[in-house]
Design a protein around this ligand. Sequence first.
Ligand SMILES: *[C@@H]1O[C@H](CO)[C@@H](O)[C@H](O)[C@H]1NC(C)=O
Length: 273
Amino acid sequence: MKFFNTLVLALPAAQAMPGVIPRNLHTNGVEIRDEATLEKLRASHAYTLEALRNQTIAAREGAGSEHDKRLVIFGLGGFAFIEVAGALGGTIAGLQNKLLKMFTGDKQEQIWHNWGYCRTYFQTQGGGNCETRTYDREAQDATAVHQDGPCAWNDPENNDPPVVFYEGDQGIGKYSIQYTATDEYAWDGLEGTETCAAEGLCNPSYVFYREGYNMILNTWQSQGEISACQYSGGEDCKGLCSSGVKDQFQSGGVVWGGDCAIPCESDTELPEE
Ligand SMILES: *[C@@H]1O[C@H](CO)[C@@H](O)[C@H](O)[C@H]1NC(C)=O
């Protein structure tokens, strides 16, 4: 019997209480509402999804065409780099290796609650009422909380689910969140979407916007496994996120939510040329 099990089991409980909203919280970060900025970000978001779709299809067909070289799939489920400016090639590959080492190195017990990383928590209730929190590295309490997002997916047969953009969250950089499924619909704008196991809205996709490249995190494709963490002594939890039903019995509908480790803005700066 190895002794690390106790350590792995004991740490996460003490580390995070994602269900508790801290009071008197100083919240920074805002939803982006400037139309000119939104227009650019929406185009960047659409490009990111299209490039990911192309790459996924090419990978499935065992092909690799010229435009696929602009994209690098991170060796971690549900996470990908998308180059948007071109000519970053080797630099992006270096950054990818750095993040891969960072996210898959040792001490990976429940990486989504590990203070050594930036983190996010997301939650919906009754098909809407979305809340997004982010945590800067080493922060115990959320360093940004957003409850203002118009996230509900109305008339899924005829509409894409809305994308909500944020900026100014301490340590996180610009990002967007888009819920991709309800219990009845899984959006067809991304490969591999999955309907929710419970009634409501679930499975967000995050995009992080950087100079010349974006990163996409499809949270439902990056589910870590607590059992995997325990069996491997915390060395391989197989994903960045853990999500599911948080409260089945609350009035107003099922509360669904999850946590992920995410790259901090400072983790993803390109080296000076
Ligand atoms: C995706 O593939 C289509 C068809 O090959 C191509 O026209 C388009 O430019 C590609 N988009 C991206 C973002 O790579």
